[in-house]
Design a protein around this ligand. Sequence first.
Ligand SMILES: *Cc1c(COP(=O)(O)O)cnc(C)c1O
Length: 386
Amino acid sequence: MSTHRITQAIRIRADQTPEKEHSTPLFLTSSFTYDDAEEMRAVFADEKEGNIYSRFSNPTVQEFTDRLCALEGAEAGFATASGMSAIVATFLTFLKKGDHLLSCNAIFGSTHTIITKYLPKYGIDYTYVNAADPAAWEAAVRPNTKMLYLETPTNPGLDIIDLQAAGEFARRHQLLYNVDNCFATPIGQTPIQYGADLVVHSATKWIDGQGRVLGGAILGKKELIKEIYLFCRSTGPSLSPFNAWVLSRSLETLDVRMERHSSNALHIATALEGHHSISWLKYPFLPSHPQYDIARRQMNNGGGIVCFELKGGLESGRNFLNNLKMLSLTANLGDTRSIASHPASTTHAKLTPEERAAVGISDGLIRISVGLEHRDDILQDILQAL
Ligand SMILES: *Cc1c(COP(=O)(O)O)cnc(C)c1O
């Protein structure tokens, strides 16, 4: 063989499979090869384990999913390109024309859009129930209700829903119990322990933790995830191997990060409570939180989000953001860098004040995603801005 052909062969075909690497390698490949026709047939027929195509499965994505399953106590999982694709996959896999969905009223904005605007196009009806008043949920159940969808703590109002009681409610009515665990992370709480059939995640937030990549996941019982897998391998919301590689590394530090995010948040919430510019402040692990007892029972820490209401409404919200020197003004949360947001003038600005009130957003509401900077630096910046 000519030297040219040899170097071409090395450049194009040589496998570089380093052994005993400390960090697992990234399988940045769209498909997988077989030794012969028989092996290929067996993998396609599900008679032999193996990867086919990265829309279906990929070793790097599997590593991330397996680690997240271990943290959540889930039998199986499927990783997706974003939190929204995870949430939509659970709706479209398990709900059909004529079904009814129960959801808590305070949910992530895009999830609200999916439920309110898109599901009805496919004949799927919904009722929003008050997150803070589970006793009122009974009246909303219909014979065709199929799923209970919850977020706790809620965004941005930080209501806490009793996961155990919600689980009993879902079992009583034979509802598929689906929980968005993005805010608490599996370090903060594990909904499967309270009977959740499905847990969905935006891995973009605390799981990544450094604002780099988008990602999501659906976790739960094996037979349910099998259905999710079949839906996703055909529709293609699969997580990219590169993002999975980043997120999988992030999971290794999730517990130490959440511990510090939470202790910083508790410190800041404690120091700000009662400040003369604030009419109320909420943090799950402050005794003043209306559902403090539930939070202490089901959460291992209070999480990294603090919210408070500024006296003076919209105008003081805008002034507060303008006065900040260190905290970032950005749409993300769950980052090493502390972030401030003012939903009434940004994410929820298109709603009327009445519509905002219905989803728990008042005009002076400020949400702080507490980062990993020194807690005194974060507090100092907030205090000077107030
Ligand atoms: C951000 C977020 C989502 C959506 O996740 P993406 O990764 O942005 O698609 C869903 N639920 C909650 C609670 C979120 O904060």
